[in-house]
Design a protein around this ligand. Structure first.
Ligand code: ADP
Length: 399
């Protein structure tokens, strides 16, 4: 079975074509800067032979973009399929499913309407995801279309954790509540942990720590998300590349009233000019670590704040989860930065978290165990793979 996974942004389309159930990636790529003078496609194929291409040309809209991707996939010389009809299903990443979706869902007109209804909760993401679905339906007419929601995995969070202490009508009438994001990643690494530890997921209590450009942390008890750091939007929680994470909710009011910022300026400040970037003018953790190495005090402060916030959440979640079997580091920073893992884990011995720096330092592929011998809580490094998880969910759904 061939499954195309698509992640559509407002000016980008990321795609991966899988041969399932073998989990073989036939092709992948990303089209960026749709609508700009020069758009760019990076396209890679792996079967029958490897080929990497970068194409720069003007791609005015998503429809032309997907047409270009289809042309690459079906190219007579280096295509990986002969015809679009070979694609059995298209799995779409959809950011916000609100309270309507607890699981991946086959897309029909009603489902599409429900995704549209949830757009006010993710105005930057859902409209682009919808465009991706509508365009894919034009090109892959015979394929099943499946929506896999970032929010779905967190729908098990109980009301005491998902509600904000605001007038209850704001939840009832406007659906203001915690939804949580990165659900596909948290779910995937928790399943991988269970397979690795050879224990049923239902018997494990985990804290999963996803540290990419965005970051979030989730308490998973018996396979179910019981709390997560991102909220109604992906702004809440950890310090991120450009997002503030938790702040006093009165600060936006202060910024408007006393500094004269508009609501839009506050939104942009919190989402794109804060976090690591706000503290030290850089949002790439590799650069920030290198700057700290050279003695840059702001970079040092940014890393301290970044790790301190994660540590606070580990403390909070270990309090609510009870026995803690493992914490899991994943995504760009979680998988690659031993410095961040070390600073997050230091002085957490009292809750059983004891990192072995030597093990954490060793490079290598796949899942690694990083705790000292005999520690009661495992520390796992598990590479995330959201695209594969979307392909697996899609395969399960379409049989
Ligand atoms: P996204 O959320 O966009 O998928 P990634 O999961 O790729 O992002 O994570 C991007 C982050 O990972 C960046 O801050 C980058 O600097 C960081 N990163 C990647 N490799 C390393 C590394 N070797 N050491 C420290 N940070 C790294």
């Amino acid at each position: 079975m061939k499954i195309l996974v698509i992640n559509t942004g407002s000016s980008s389309i990321k795609y991966q074509l899988f041969l399932m159930p073998d989990k073989i990636v036939l092709a992948n790529g990303v089209l960026e800067k749709i609508g700009e003078a020069t758009s760019r496609i990076k396209h890679e194929v792996f079967k029958p032979q490897s080929l990497k291409q970068v194409i720069e040309e003007h791609i005015p809209d998503h429809k032309t973009g997907l047409q270009t991707i289809v042309d690459l996939l079906t190219h007579p010389d280096h295509g990986v399929i002969e015809d679009v009809s070979e694609v059995d299903a298209v799995g779409h990443r959809v950011v916000h499913g609100g309270e309507d979706f607890q699981a991946p869902t086959l897309i029909n007109d009603d489902v599409l309407d429900a995704i549209k209804r949830n757009s006010p909760l993710a105005p930057l993401h859902n409209p682009a995801n919808i465009m991706g679905i509508e365009t894919a339906r034009l090109f892959f007419k015979e394929a099943h279309q499946v929506a896999v929601f970032d929010t779905a995995f967190h729908q098990t969070i109980p009301a005491k954790a998902f509600l904000y202490a605001l007038p209850h009508d704001l939840y009832k009438s406007h659906k203001i509540r915690r939804y949580g994001f990165h659900g596909t990643s948290h779910h995937y690494v928790s399943e991988q942990a269970a397979l690795y530890l050879k224990r049923p997921l239902s018997a494990l209590n985990l804290i999963t720590i996803h540290l990419g450009n965005g970051g979030s942390i989730t308490a998973i008890k018996g396979g179910q998300s019981i709390d997560t750091s991102m909220g109604m939007t992906p702004l809440e929680g950890l310090v991120m590349g450009t997002r503030s994470g938790d702040i006093d909710p009165a600060i936006p009011y202060f910024l408007c009233k006393n500094i004269g910022l508009s609501i839009e300026e506050v939104d942009s400040l919190l989402n794109t000019k804060s976090g690591l970037k706000g503290i030290c003018d850089n949002n790439d953790m590799r650069d920030i670590l290198a700057l700290r190495e050279k003695g840059d005090q702001r970079a040092k402060l940014a890393i301290e704040m970044y790790c301190y916030r994660i540590k606070k959440y580990i403390g909070a979640y270990s309090a609510v989860i009870g026995r803690l079997d493992a914490i899991i580091f994943t995504a760009g920073i979680g998988e690659n930065s031993r410095e961040i893992r070390e600073e997050v884990c230091c002085e957490l011995e009292h809750i059983g978290i004891r990192l072995d720096s030597e093990k954490s330092r060793q490079r290598g592929m796949g899942i690694k165990e990083l705790q000292v011998d005999g520690a009661c809580t495992k520390i796992l490094l598990i590479p995330t793979n959201e695209e594969l998880k979307i392909a697996l969910e899609t395969m399960t759904l379409v049989g």
